[in-house]
Every structure is written in C-alpha cells, then in structure tokens.
Design a binder for this molecule. Structure first.
Ligand SMILES: [Zn+2]
Length: 162
C-alpha cells in the first residue's frame, strides 16, 4: 500500500508497528489478514477428500473455508464441513497454521473425526467429495502444503489405530 487511502499521502513502513504510515496525516495502515480454516476429517481407516471447482486437474484435498464474523474457529470447522459435504464432525483439534499469500490469509489447520451423516457434496463449491481409504489415496495436494501435512497426519492416525 504505497499511498494513504485517507488523504492520498505517501505511506512509509513504520518499523515499530509493522504497519504502513502516511507521511502527511500520520494514519497507520495495518495489513489485512483473512483467517480461514482447513480441516482433515477421519472416519476409521478413511479420510474425507473433495475436488474443488476452482482446482483444475482432478486433485483431491481437504475441506477449507473462511471464518465468518462472530464465529469461533471450531464452529467454522464444523460449519464448513457440514455445508460442503453434509457430514457432522467432532473431536476438533488444532494442528498448525500456514500463511497464504493469495489473498493474504492465515490458514489454521485442524484434525476432526466423523460423527454422523452421509456425503452430499455442495456442487456450487465442489465437483466431488468422497471417503477414501487412507492406503488408496487419489492425487492429493502437493508436498509442502498444510493440506498435505493434514493428510499425512490422518493417514498416520489411521495406521496407528489398526
Ligand atoms: Zn494520510
């Protein structure tokens, strides 16, 4: 943000505040970060994976979505999974986080367990959603993403349970 949206003055980085500051009106402009959740759901030896309309190439990945105003992260996890797949989840545990540049969001990752329901994909968001055996995964999110780390953790949890 090079110019002040208040007065049009030039912004400079204020190192103490980690924000941009207008040289004319002195207003501080903090970076805007959009919180979102990403969650892997396990049902015994199976993992819930979805194909998103926005992803080309047939890749399957875990469920993700943006936090709404007034919502806890746990509520958001349960709501996104239910809205997108019709599945109710419980035992929601924090896993880790990853900043994501486009848009400037903070992805907060969770593991969850299946509680009830049959898969009914929301076809406005998803091309498909299925339970996959953790030993027979389709093409999934690439290594280095938090989505892939969630998938690994779920596969490990399934094999530890056997
Ligand atoms: Zn200004």
């Amino acid at each position: 943000m090079r110019f002040c949206p208040q007065c049009g003055g030039r912004n400079h980085l204020n190192h103490n505040q980690l924000a941009m500051q207008c040289q004319d009106c002195r207003t501080l402009h903090y970076p805007r970060i959009f919180p979102c959740i990403i969650v892997a759901v396990r049902k015994g030896q199976q993992i819930l994976l979805a194909q998103h309309n926005r992803h080309a190439g047939g890749m399957y990945t875990v469920i993700a979505g943006f936090l709404e105003v007034g919502e806890t992260l746990e509520t958001c996890v349960a709501r996104e999974v239910e809205e997108e797949t019709g599945i109710k989840v419980g035992n929601i545990r924090y896993f880790g986080s990853q900043p994501w540049a486009f848009p400037s969001s903070m992805m907060m990752a969770f593991l969850a367990d299946y509680e009830s329901g049959e898969i009914k994909p929301d076809y406005t968001e998803l091309k498909d959603a299925q339970w996959f055996d953790t030993k027979e995964l389709p093409l999934v999110a690439p290594e280095g993403t938090i989505a892939r780390a969630l998938i690994h953790a779920t596969v490990d949890a399934a094999s530890a349970e056997k």
